[in-house]
Design a protein around this ligand. Structure first.
Ligand SMILES: *Cc1c(COP(=O)(O)O)cnc(C)c1O
Length: 356
């Protein structure tokens, strides 16, 4: 029986990316050495990271004047690095979930941090609208996809101040107008690669206007952009897998095609939830994510939750238990999750429903 991987992260990756990584770990390009036992400054690895940069630039159509980085530390380190570098007088944040709250907490340690709007009043089941971004803020920080709650900002907003986005869980799920952002970051392990690499896309002229405080060398973006993301040893193995994932994305037809597939996958699952007598979605419809689809049992079936998890497991569904702060179920439908897996989950939900 096939196992369908709905894990929220680390998560499903293209089979071809995993296979090619496995081969490179055994022998990179037939050089008789492993990807993970050669210098990051060797020609063979330089070709890997340069191809990853080039593919990302091509897929996202990144304009001139931006740098791409692959760093360590995860998105969680960026929560602090962003305000450390750029919070001078005031930072503005949109509070849309636990990850946004963690970013806000770090910013507060560096200065005046304004939460322009929050959806905490309804357990983050929607994306706030109609808020005002202070014109004198150094930057405005958003979380484009709220992995835990299944809500998403699925467009590139206009902001009166420099826009910074944590795109950990929807990066490369759709075409993105990078020119609207001064900084995009995230952990690779949700949608583009294995754990261990953090991607950053940063606009040069924003990067150079740093706050007047001591910033340790490793936490300055310019340290890394000046060295092509090789100031210190980068996460070589994850970067290889990212490169393979980017190649796979390109072979599919790029981000427009990927978005179309993601919409198809999410629509059939949301339709199944909306037409079910047993299940119901948790996020407000106009805020729904294409990447993390959260649903629960309707109150009258609440005691069937464990039974459904057991049944789904017996049908090969993995990783569908919801986050503890939402409960119920969460199906993560990242880029590499095949439509057949979504269909298998729908069939499993229907079969369970019929058995009640
Ligand atoms: C998972 C996640 C993070 C944390 O990422 P780490 O790489 O584990 O630090 C941050 N933001 C969002 C939106 C996430 O989904």
């Amino acid at each position: 029986m096939k196992t369908h991987n709905f894990s929220a992260g680390p998560a499903v990756l293209p089979q071809i990316a995993i296979e090619n990584t496995a081969k490179a770990i055994l022998d990179l390009n037939g050089i008789g050495l492993s990807l993970i036992e050669i210098s990051h400054r060797s020609k063979d690895f330089e070709a890997v990271i340069n191809e990853a940069f080039a593919l990302m630039k091509e897929l996202l159509d990144i304009p001139e004047g931006y740098h791409i980085l692959f760093l360590g530390g995860g998105a969680s380190t960026q929560f602090a690095t962003v305000p450390m570098n750029f919070l001078k007088t005031k930072a503005a944040y949109l509070e849309t979930g636990v990850w946004a709250k963690k970013a806000i907490k770090e910013a507060k340690g560096f200065g005046n941090t304004v939460v322009v709007a929050s959806s905490a009043d309804k357990n983050f089941t929607y994306i706030p609208k109609g808020y005002e971004i202070p014109k004198d803020a150094d930057y405005f920080h958003i979380t484009t996809n709220n992995t835990i709650y299944g809500t998403e900002i699925r467009y590139d907003m206009d902001s009166p101040v420099p826009l910074i986005a944590d795109m950990s869980s929807d990066f490369l799920s759709r075409p993105t107008d990078v020119s609207k952002y001064v900084l995009i970051y995230g952990g690779a392990q949700k949608n583009i690669g294995p754990a261990g690499a953090t991607f950053v896309i940063i606009k040069d002229d924003f990067m150079n206007k740093i706050a007047d405080r001591h910033i340790p060398t490793m936490f300055k973006y310019s340290t890394h952009t000046a060295e092509g993301s090789m100031f210190n040893t980068p996460p070589v193995m994850p970067i290889f897998t990212i490169k393979e994932t980017l190649k796979w994305l390109k072979s599919l037809g790029g981000l427009k095609t990927m978005e179309k597939i993601n919409i198809e996958k999410a629509s059939i699952l949301y339709d199944a939830i909306d037409s079910s007598k047993v299940f119901t979605g948790t996020a407000e419809k106009d805020s729904r994510s294409l990447m993390n689809i959260c649903f629960v049992m309707k109150p009258e079936y609440a005691e069937k939750e464990e039974a459904f998890l057991t049944f789904a497991k017996s049908k090969g569904m993995s990783g569908i238990k919801g986050h503890r702060s939402v409960g119920g179920f969460r199906a993560s439908t990242y880029n590499a999750l095949p439509k057949e897996s979504v269909q298998a989950l729908i069939d499993c939900m229907k079969e369970f429903e019929r058995s009640l």
